[in-house]
Structures are given as structure tokens and as C-alpha cells.
Design a binder for this molecule. Structure first.
Ligand code: NOJ
Length: 539
């Protein structure tokens, strides 16, 4: 490595803007709120933030339906406020990543409107996937693909003359038409977008659906359409992970390198890559492609030592083994929070889930590579599992009628202070957060967490500060240590040991002496159940 690649072991904090901090009193978080929260994040010790989409959008999928890629939605602020945020972050040494959504846009994007107004076969329609329907009057969709959020992946349009007409492809909701990346104008417009934000000083991009973009050129029927959409992370092999997508990432990487060559600041591309195997995943982070891609297998692993060891070993071998870095993640705005996922799905979470989530965090922060933390994770927030149907906003609920896969519960606005909602999230006496906050959020408010050295916040803060201070942590390799069943232990560099007890019963600690950091009370010589700890194993 001839220059320091800061991103190889960076810890990035995901800011879900609408739920972080509201500065205007409308109950929706905004960019000025993010700016106000920067000192808090600086204290926590993160290297950067990733901002969820704040672009003009009808918000059918909370901004993942972009109507204008080069502006700020008035709900979140404006470009002037964005510039203030970037410069404030720069002053505090916090990098800023934006969320870019290249697989699809909003049905309100001007190019999609133009496509609807234009004729079949027109250049305007070529920017999307328009096709004639099947059956005698074209009333059947062009193929059998399912959308990821329920229902068919195609919707039929009414042509300008009022007749039922062609169909267009949308792998998520009908309000999110998929771009046709075989059309050069699409690629050129994304170049403009990248440069627009790079010129405004951002440090990189989180790329939505980065294994998407290209579809099989013939758009053939899927042999198993049910399986393609069984989970939110399923991979329809005809719609995702097409070989052509790698050329796009090579090109985007070259754009980033061009900016780095100018000012020496390395830009970062991190992809949301859902593909079947770690080996396939590694192809996205080859030296001239994305810098990072979220490795979701850790997030998907059940609370089980063997399951964790398997996914970690695969990632180390197949991803880190190629010279890249693994990007670990346990939580994000699409997933049930760890406290609830590892415990019982009871309102307010459970002691067991909370203990396991803390242990998992310490494990993640000890692994070689980069890590992403989702806002509220540092507070130990549980998933809000009892939101009433009428407040749910996730399009998955609307489209499937089922609460099974909905994501509102991890998106409830953060509690900052006080004993009652809005817990300092929003100003104004009558202000109501866009999703209701449960009473028990009082226990998790940042003010309380900062004042209590036993809080999850302090665990994350201490973990991040140790990562920054100790050469053994961050980038590098790991070496598994022998342990009894249900316990994982590994060494990092020169004498740092991390162990996690996945069982409920205490086990002998792998290292004598007091741990450097532990996820719960940890008497010398013992690693209690559902606990992780770090030690320096001095020779
Ligand atoms: C992945 C994003 O994380 C999710 O929130 C969004 O709904 C889909 N991509 C579609 O853009």
C-alpha cells in the first residue's frame, strides 16, 4: 500500500436522516439536525457518516425513489445547508458519504415522465425497461418476475392516447422504475451526479442495490420466480449480479481516483451487494472496483458460535484473502435491530438480546476490516415491534399486507433527552415525530447514555477509541484460538485477544488478567454467558 487507505478499517455511522434529529419542528429529521448532531458523533469516535437519501422524492420508499439526484428535498433542507454540513463535518474530521440510488429512480423523475408521454420504441422509453405485454391484448406482464417488495415486477401504463399500453419494470415498488443501464445516457447522467456531489466535497458514496443495474438482455422468465423474491435479500439471477455491472464500478472507481489525484483525499465507494456467496461478493471489491461492499452474512447469522465462525472465516478467506477488506455490519435501516433479533421480540427488548447485541458489537469491532454502525445501535435501541398498523409507512406493508418484513420498527426517531416523546428529537411544543416513539425510549436517550458509563454508548465509544489507539485492531488478519464449544476466540496482531461466549453459562477466560474492554461485567479469569471481551495477552 503506497498511501494510507483510510477506508480499509474505517467505522462509519449510518445516519437515517429523517429519524436522526429534527431542527424545524415538522417531526422529520433534516440536514441541519445532522449538523447539530456532529459533535455527538465526534465524541463517539466514528470516522465518517453515511447519509440516507435526502434528494427530492415523493418518499414512497423514504427517498430510495429519487426524483432529482442533484438537489435536496425541502423536507431535509437545501443545498446551502448541505454545504454547511459538509464543511462542519470536515472541521471535525468526519467523512461524509452520500447514498446514491442507481438501480431505479422515482416515477416522478422528469425522464420517467417524459418516457410515459413518449411513444413505445422512443429514446425516452429506452432509458427504462418498457416492453409489450404478453397474451392476445398484451394484458399479461412481459415476464414472470416478482418485485422485491411484493407483487409483479411490472406495471402497465396508460398510453398518451388513453389506451392500455406497454409495461415497465420495477424491481421494488411501481413508484421506482428501473433504469436501463444499457442506454449510455443513463450512465452519463450518473457521472454528472457523482461529479456534482464530489465537487461539493463529499468523501464517497454508499451505492444502493449495487448488484443490480443490469438485467438479462432478453428479460426471460425466471425458472423459480417465488424463490427470487422469498426474502428481501433474495437474488433473482436474471435481474441481479449480471457481469456488465462490474464495468460500471470500474468506471466509478476511476472517477474517484481522478478526484484523489487532484487533492490526495481518497474517496470511498461502498456497495450494498447481496449475492449468494462470499466468493461472488469478493468480485465487487477487486482492486479497481468498489472499495467496500457490505458483508451481510454476519448480519444474517443466528446467535450461534459455529454460524458466526463460519461466516467470519469465509469472509476472511474469500474477501480479505483477495487483498480487499471486509465490511462488517450488524444493523441497518432495513433490518430488525440486533437487540431484538438476538432476543425475544418483546416491546422494549429483553436483557438477553441486549447482552448479546453488546457482545456482537465488541466482536464486530475487533474483526479485521471496516464496520458500519446504524444510528441508535450505539444506544442499544431495540426494534419497536408494536407500532400500530395505521402508522406504518413501509411500502412492503402496503404491498404485501403483511408485517413480516416491514422496516418501520428500526426507523423510529432517536431519543435524545427527557422523559417523554419527542425526547428532544424535534423542537416545538406540538411537534410529533413521524413515527411514534414508545415510552421506554426514555431509558435509551443519548443524554442518559452519556451519563451512564455502563451504557451501550460507552461500550461503543470505548471500543472505537481503542480501535483508533491500538495497532492490533483495524486492518489485518485474525487467528482463531482453540476454545470449548459455544465460545469463539481469536487473536489480532501482537497479543490482542477477543473472545465471545455465545452460551448462557460462564466459561474460563482465554486470557488471565483484567480485560481491556468487556460487553458486560467480567470478573478476572471468567467470561460470563452472552458476553464478549478484549484482552492484551502480554507474553
Ligand atoms: C436497499 C435500501 O437499503 C432499502 O431501504 C431500499 O428500500 C431498497 N434498496 C430499494 O432502493
Amino acid at each position: 500500500m503506497n498511501r494510507h487507505q483510510w477506508w480499509r478499517d474505517a467505522v462509519i455511522y449510518q445516519v437515517y436522516v429523517r429519524s436522526f434529529l429534527d431542527s424545524t419542528g415538522d417531526g422529520i429529521g433534516d440536514l441541519a439536525g445532522v449538523r447539530a448532531g456532529l459533535p455527538y458523533l465526534r465524541k463517539l469516535g466514528v470516522d465518517g457518516i453515511w447519509l440516507s437519501p435526502f434528494y427530492p422524492s415523493p418518499q414512497h420508499d423514504h427517498g430510495y425513489d429519487v426524483a432529482d439526484y442533484r438537489d435536496v428535498d425541502p423536507v431535509f433542507g437545501d443545498l446551502a445547508e448541505f454545504d454547511l454540513l459538509v464543511s462542519a463535518a470536515r472541521r471535525l474530521g468526519i467523512k461524509v458519504l452520500l447514498d446514491i440510488v442507481p438501480n431505479h429512480c422515482s416515477s416522478e423523475h422528469p425522464w420517467f415522465r417524459e418516457a410515459l408521454a413518449a411513444a413505445p420504441g422512443s429514446p425516452e422509453r429506452a432509458r427504462f425497461h418498457f416492453a409489450d405485454g404478453r397474451g392476445p391484448d398484451g394484458a399479461e406482464p412481459p415476464n414472470n418476475w416478482h418485485a422485491m417488495f411484493g407483487g409483479p415486477a411490472w406495471s402497465r401504463v396508460t398510453e398518451p392516447d388513453g389506451r392500455p399500453g406497454q409495461w415497465y419494470l420495477h424491481m421494488f415498488t411501481p413508484e421506482q422504475p428501473d433504469w436501463n443501464w444499457r442506454e449510455p445516457e443513463v450512465a452519463a447522467d450518473f457521472d454528472r451526479t457523482l461529479r456534482f456531489w464530489l465537487d461539493r466535497g463529499v468523501d464517497g458514496f454508499r451505492i444502493d442495490v449495487a448488484a443490480g443495474l443490469f438485467k438479462h438482455p432478453e428479460l426471460p422468465d425466471s425458472p423459480d420466480p417465488e424463490a427470487d423474491a422469498r426474502t428481501r435479500d433474495s437474488v433473482n439471477p436474471l435481474a441481479w449480479n449480471q457481469p456488465e455491472v462490474h464495468d460500471v464500478w470500474r468506471h466509478w472507481r476511476a472517477v474517484c481516483e481522478e478526484y484523489t489525484a487532484r487533492d490526495g483525499r481518497e474517496r470511498l465507494l461502498v456497495g450494498e451487494v447481496s449475492v449468494p456467496t462470499a466468493r461472488e461478493h469478493a468480485r465487487y471489491v477487486r482492486a479497481d472496483e468498489l472499495h467496500q461492499a457490505f458483508f451481510f452474512d454476519l448480519l444474517g447469522a443466528p446467535w450461534d458460535a459455529d454460524a458466526f465462525r463460519k461466516v467470519i472465516s469465509e469472509a476472511m478467506e474469500d474477501i480479505a484473502g483477495t487483498g480487499s477488506t471486509v465490511t462488517w455490519v450488524l444493523n441497518n435501516h432495513d433490518q430488525v435491530r440486533t437487540v431484538t433479533r438476538y432476543g425475544e421480540p418483546a416491546p422494549g427488548g429483553s436483557g438477553l438480546g441486549a447482552a448479546r447485541a453488546r457482545a456482537a458489537a465488541l466482536l464486530m469491532l475487533a474483526l479485521p476490516g471496516a464496520a458500519y454502525i446504524y444510528q441508535g445501535e450505539e444506544l442499544g435501541l431495540p426494534e419497536v415491534v408494536d407500532l400500530p398498523d395505521e402508522v406504518l409507512t413501509d411500502p412492503i406493508f402496503r404491498r404485501t399486507g403483511s408485517r413480516a418484513r416491514i422496516r418501520d420498527g428500526c426507523r423510529v426517531p432517536l431519543p435524545w433527552s427527557g422523559q417523554a416523546s419527542p425526547f428532544g428529537f424535534t423542537t416545538g411544543a406540538l411537534a410529533k415525530p413521524w413515527l411514534p416513539q414508545p415510552e421506554y425510549f426514555a431509558e435509551y436517550a443519548t443524554h442518559r447514555a452519556l451519563a451512564d458509563t455502563r451504557s451501550s454508548w460507552h461500550l461503543y465509544r470505548d471500543g472505537l477509541h481503542l480501535r483508533a489507539a491500538l495497532d492490533q485492531l483495524g486492518d489485518g488478519t485474525l487467528h482463531w484460538l482453540d476454545t470449548q464449544p459455544g465460545v469463539l476466540a481469536f487473536a489480532r496482531g501482537d497479543g490482542l485477544v477477543c473472545a465471545v461466549n455465545f452460551t448462557a453459562a460462564p466459561v474460563p477466560a482465554p486470557v488471565a488478567g483484567t480485560p481491556l474492554l468487556a460487553s458486560g461485567p467480567c470478573p478476572t479469569g471468567v467470561l460470563p454467558g452472552s458476553t464478549a471481551a478484549w484482552w492484551i495477552d502480554a507474553p
